[in-house]
Design a protein around this ligand. Structure first.
Ligand code: ADP
Length: 397
């Protein structure tokens, strides 16, 4: 038997990129990682890291087959060598699992076809995932491949939370309901909170605030609501997405602005949110500008905070109370000013932050509320690759 602990190769395949990470699910160590970007363009970019060794190259990468072949070559050249890597499974991130998947699934032809069938609900994502899945199954045929779905954690949503008040026949015909997204992160982070606090009964809100942003309400480990909906467009204000907006804006822009549906799709998904309000989708720049007195940037932050307050209030009311409020992802983990501003607006819940704990920088999960706060406030770094690796392993066990 090999001395090397079991490892999972986690693959996140996009339309023009293929990211991978070799993870030890038991102790959460990332052994190696890499990316091929701008696949199919005249010059693609590849990177591979193993320990303190790193290589980066610009070279043509024709398609996903070439991208994975290059990744496997880099494993052999930079390390760890594949025959010594002890890869026991490949975990694939899949954005949309629809009503079919409420947990990880072994990828056989049937699973593959279901992921394909769900493409109309995630046209940018599922077909791109399938490219990665197909080449990986061919090139690594001796290990099981597992799909881990962004929507799976939210399949437990009660009907009243997943159902839109839309004509039932139309909703059923076109599979329109709340699927949520970022579920792997919400499940991982809320699960860590349970592990760390050692209590079963917890009503928590997880705020995943990155470039994409979403909130979830989780009672005793089960999701009961989430802000992303049919697609990741709904909910919080994001880097480039509107979040909640009156759908009548679409009719107005088509009727009176002469806009086509694809233009509005791009407008809402890529040219709105922080970017739409300030021209800048990076929270660090928006905050720096607001600190320097830029009124546009300050308004953008206030819109972000206003939406967050709405969701926290609504979810606390839905759950009949709130025990833990947890921040995660790029902004949630790093932007102590946003955490302070939000918690100041949530005083009616008896929330008080410990200002010293809040600004302490750390990669570890931590409590940042004051000892007398009625709600515990935490920062728990997310780790979607580890979560995917662990879910893949759980299926093998
Ligand atoms: P995604 O995975 O959705 O692309 P991330 O979780 O990496 O996004 O988060 C990216 C966001 O986090 C960006 O808006 C970035 O500005 C913000 N961010 C990262 N570090 C900080 C920081 N120190 N302060 C404020 N925002 C930060």
């Amino acid at each position: 038997m090999s001395e090397t602990p079991p490892r999972v190769l986690v693959i996140n395949s996009g339309s023009s990129s293929l990211k991978y990470q070799l993870v030890e699910p038991e102790d959460g160590v990332s052994i190696a990682s890499g990316i091929a970007e701008r696949i199919g363009e005249p010059v693609s970019h590849t990177e591979h890291r193993f320990g303190d060794k790193e290589v980066a190259m610009d070279q043509p990468i024709l398609d996903h087959t070439a991208a994975l072949r290059e990744a496997l070559r880099l494993f052999d050249q930079v390390g760890p060598k594949l025959e010594e890597a002890n890869i026991v499974a490949v975990g694939h991130r899949v954005v949309q699992g629809g009503r079919y998947f409420s947990g990880p699934a072994l990828i056989d032809d049937q699973t593959r076809n279901l992921i394909d069938q769900l493409s109309p609900l995630a046209p940018l994502h599922n077909p791109a995932h399938l490219k990665g899945i197909d080449v990986a199954r061919k090139m690594l045929p001796d290990v099981p491949h597992v799909a881990v779905f962004d929507t799976a954690f939210f399949q437990s949503l009660p009907d009243e939370s997943a159902t839109y008040a839309l004509d039932k026949e139309t909703a059923d015909k076109y599979s329109i309901r709340r699927y949520g997204a970022h579920g792997t992160s919400h499940q991982y982070v809320s699960g860590r909170v349970h592990d760390l606090l050692g209590r079963k009964r917890i009503r928590q809100i997880v705020l995943h605030l990155g470039n994409g942003a979403s909130a979830s309400a989780v009672v005793n480990g089960e999701a009961v609501d989430t802000s992303m909906g049919l697609t990741p467009l709904e909910g919080l204000v994001m880097g480039t997405r509107t979040g909640d907006i009156d759908p009548a804006a679409v009719f107005h822009l088509m009727r009176n602005g002469g806009m086509k549906i694809d233009e509005i799709d791009t407008l809402f998904n890529k040219r709105s949110g922080l970017k739409g309000l300030t021209g800048d989708n990076d929270m660090r720049s928006v905050r720096a500008r607001a600190n320097a007195g830029d009124k546009e940037a300050r308004l953008a932050l206030d819109v972000v905070l206003h939406r967050l307050v709405k969701y926290v209030g609504a979810y606390a009311a839905e759950m009949g109370g709130l025990d833990v409020l947890t921040f995660t992802a790029g902004i949630g983990e790093n932007d102590s000013a946003l955490r302070q501003e939000l918690c100041d607006k949530l005083k009616m819940f008896g929330i008080t932050l410990d200002p010293v704990a809040n600004v302490l920088r750390s990669k570890d999960p931590r409590t940042i509320s004051a000892a007398d706060s009625k709600v515990r406030v935490m920062v728990v770094p997310t780790n979607e690759e580890l979560a995917i690796a662990q879910q893949a392993m759980s299926l093998l066990d």
